[in-house]
Design a binder for this molecule. Structure first.
Ligand code: ATP
Ligand code: MG
Ligand code: FE
Length: 363
């Protein structure tokens, strides 16, 4: 089926078009720059930016895919989780399109969409258009094998999922109990005096540092934590540890070695993310790990994931970065998979669900 996907849960206006599992267009307009001076995403600004970006992004996606609205078989939209005001813009647009064009509408879960991104194949030699170009080539992934463990790490989420079936059986194994991993990068960058978004800045600074210079804590990794929080994450203690370390150096009048702190912090985040993800693979006997979310851009996370998965004989799947950060193609892909599995469209009476659980794949 030819499906249009609409994503507006955070600061990216994403419009994607797929045919079956083939990616035809992936247009992303981000309002990231407008949030930079506030050091984080401001919901009202994000919602207004979606309103402004929607029409141009839709036109660009249709042009890239070479299809018309009339030709679509269905429309898919993110209905949660995310920022209510931001979600509402995409939902209102999706409903208006579905009603005026008389097309079925699928309201889907954003987090499951991140997993769905991995089924997409891109026609050879035809890279997706992005208003925010990706540095990485677009690879082809193809059908998911089940079960698979998925680690989703972004500015708003840090979730470990057991995916038995993309369209019918997704289980939440664990998630962060405080800050998301991307949020931790942003906060630590700020206290090191680096600009927002902090992830890429820390990555860059860390490249010249020693990851073993400072032993920062790995959240929820002590034996007593593991009983109750085996697959959960915590990054607020790590952020505090970095803040204390910087404070102590400043109070003592010593230099703050940004590269060493950035590298040691990044190592702590990457280590705990992968330790828990691989523990889940081991415990549950699942030889597959899928990564998704904007933090997947992290060079060290990719490197350590590749090394440890190779050591343990686990197949690692990482979609291209333009499909890891928030985008509409992943929502279209999930819609397309739901249609292929024979699921009925959503009713028209759904709204934004900011806390939509991952077990609710479609409204
Ligand atoms: P959501 O949680 O809904 O997916 P989001 O917009 O916060 O929303 P993304 O756009 O997927 O998430 O990712 C943005 C986050 O990824 C930011 O917190 C940013 O700092 C982080 N990030 C980006 N590049 C890197 C990097 N190289 N290393 C670490 N973190 C990174
Ligand atoms: Mg974003
Ligand atoms: Fe996301």
């Amino acid at each position: 089926p030819l499906v249009l996907g609409i994503e507006t849960s955070c600061d990216e206006t994403g419009i994607g078009i797929v045919r079956g599992d083939t990616l035809l267009a992936n247009v992303i307009a981000s309002s990231m720059d407008e949030h930079a001076r506030y050091g984080g995403v401001v919901p009202e600004i994000a919602a207004r930016a979606h309103l402004e970006a929607f029409q141009p992004a839709l036109a660009a996606a249709l042009a890239e895919a070479g299809v018309t609205l009339e030709e679509l078989d269905a429309i898919a939209v993110t209905s949660g989780p995310g920022l209510s005001g931001a979600l509402m813009v995409g939902i209102a647009a999706a409903k208006a399109l579905a009603i005026s064009l008389d097309k079925p509408l699928y309201a889907v879960n954003h987090l499951v969409g991140h997993v769905g991104a991995d089924v997409l194949r891109s026609p050879v030699g035809d890279a997706p258009v992005t208003l925010q170009p990706s540095a990485l080539p677009v690879a082809t992934s193809g059908p998911l094998e089940y079960p698979t463990i998925a680690l989703l790490v972004s500015g708003g989420h840090t979730s470990l999922l057991l995916v038995r079936d993309l369209v019918s059986d997704v289980e939440l194994l664990g998630e962060t109990i405080d800050d998301a991993a991307g949020e931790a990068f942003d906060k630590v960058a700020r206290l090191l005096g680096l600009p927002y978004p902090g992830g890429p800045e820390i990555d860059r600074a860390a490249a010249g540092g020693d990851p073993n210079a400072i032993r920062f804590p790995r959240g929820l990794s002590l034996p007593k934590d593991l009983e109750k929080h085996r697959y959960d994450f915590s990054f607020s203690g790590l952020k505090t540890a970095v803040a204390r370390h910087v404070e102590r150096l400043r109070d003592a009048g010593e230099d703050v070695p940004t590269p060493d702190i950035a590298a040691s912090f990044r190592e702590a985040v990457v280590d705990v993310l992968l330790r828990k993800a691989l523990a889940a693979c081991g415990d549950l006997g699942v030889p597959r790990l899928l990564l998704g979310g904007g933090v997947v851009a992290n060079a060290r996370l990719r490197q350590v994931a590749t090394e440890r998965c190779a050591e343990e004989g686990i197949e690692l799947r990482i979609p291209p970065l333009s499909l890891c950060t928030d985008n509409g193609a992943m929502i279209a892909a999930l819609g397309s998979q739901l249609i292929l599995a024979g699921h009925a469209p959503s009713g028209m009476d759904f709204g934004a669900d900011s806390t939509m659980p991952v077990t609710e794949i479609q409204v």
